[in-house]
Write a new protein. Structure first.
Length: 82
């Protein structure tokens, strides 16, 4: 499956804390089930494709920003999509 910038994705695998950007405003650990948006597609290696994904809280502040691999996330339908 090809993922694109601004796709909404759900975390489906545990993510090591060292891949979370600690400078993000409210950096927290990434949890399975968290939802975020792809904000940058990184160069694909032969083994894995990586993405920068941002998760925001209800107030619109960054909860976490992390580098996630394609096999750690899945695309989810936008709210209201059928």
């Amino acid at each position: 499956m090809t993922l694109n910038m601004y796709d909404i994705v759900r975390v489906i695998a545990p993510i090591p804390s060292e891949r979370v950007d600690a400078s993000a405003s409210r950096a927290k650990d990434v949890r399975v089930g968290d939802v975020g948006a792809i904000v940058m597609a990184l160069a694909a290696s032969e083994a894995r494709t990586a993405y920068e994904v941002e998760c925001v809280d209800p107030d619109g502040h960054t909860r976490w920003l992390a580098t996630l691999f394609a096999d750690e996330i899945e695309r989810v339908a936008p709210v209201g999509a059928t």
